[in-house]
Write a protein that binds this ligand. Structure first.
Ligand code: PNS
Length: 185
C-alpha cells in the first residue's frame, strides 16, 4: 500500500524523519510530497526542500520525494496512494489534523488519514521552532539533519563550521560560537 506524507517541510526536521522512517516500515512505499503553496513565503525553495529531503532519506529504499500543487487527495489519487500519513505531536495538533482529515474525507472517501504519534523526543519540534532558533543564533544541530542545519544557518548568515556543543560525534555548525561579525544583527 502506498502512503503519501504531505507537508511544507520548510525545512525537514528529525521529527519528520522519524515519521518517514516509521512509515516506511508500515507501507510498501512512502511518497514524501512537498506542497507548492503560493500562500506561504517559505525559507527554502521547493527545489531546496526536495534536495534536503532526498539527502535525508537515502537510507530508505521505499521512500520517494515529490512536489505537488492543489489538493492533497487529488495528488494521492493520481499517485495511486490510499493513505495520507501525518504525525501527531500534541493535543494542539489533534484539532487541526482532525479537521484536515475530515475535510479530506469529504473530498475523497477512498483515502484514509493515518496518524503516527511522534516519538517523545520530538514532541516539541517543528520547522518554525528550528527557524526561530537559527534566526536568533541558537544551535539546531540536534533538531535537523546536518546538511539542513548548514543550509538553515546559511540563510541567517551563521555559516561558520565549528564543533557542536551537544553531539560530539560530528563536526557541525554552532552559531553560538561564531564570531560576532558572522552573526545576524
Ligand atoms: O507541513 P504542513 O504545513 O502542516 O502541511 C499541511 C498540508 C500541506 C498537509 C495541508 O496544508 C494540505 O494538504 N494542503 C493542500 C491543500 C488541501 O488539500 N487542502 C484540503 C485539506 S485541509
Amino acid at each position: 500500500m502506498i502512503a503519501i506524507y504531505p507537508g511544507s517541510f520548510d525545512p525537514i526536521t528529525l521529527g519528520h524523519l522519524d515519521i518517514i522512517e516509521r512509515g516506511s516500515q508500515l507501507f510498501s512505499q512512502v511518497i514524501v510530497a512537498v506542497l507548492r503553496n503560493p500562500n506561504k513565503t517559505p525559507l527554502f525553495t521547493v527545489q531546496q526542500r526536495l534536495e534536503q529531503i532526498r539527502q535525508s532519506t537515502t537510507h530508505l529504499d521505499n521512500v520517494e520525494i515529490d512536489a505537488f500543487e492543489g489538493l492533497t487527495v487529488e495528488y494521492a489519487t493520481r499517485s495511486k496512494a490510499k493513505v495520507l500519513l501525518r504525525g501527531l505531536r500534541a493535543i494542539s495538533d489533534f484539532e487541526v489534523e482532525l479537521q484536515m482529515a475530515h475535510t479530506n474525507k469529504t473530498l475523497s472517501t477512498e483515502i484514509e488519514t493515518v496518524f503516527l504519534a511522534t516519538s517523545n523526543e520530538y514532541s516539541f519540534l517543528s520547522s518554525s521552532v528550528v527557524k526561530e532558533i537559527a534566526r536568533f543564533g541558537g544551535s539546531i544541530n540536534h533538531l535537523v539533519p546536518p546538511h539542513v542545519a548548514l543550509d538553515t544557518y546559511k540563510c541567517f548568515t551563521h555559516n561558520q563550521t565549528v564543533s557542536n556543543p551537544i553531539r560530539t560525534d560530528t563536526t557541525e555548525v554552532n552559531p553560538l560560537n561564531s564570531s560576532p561579525s558572522n552573526r545576524e544583527m
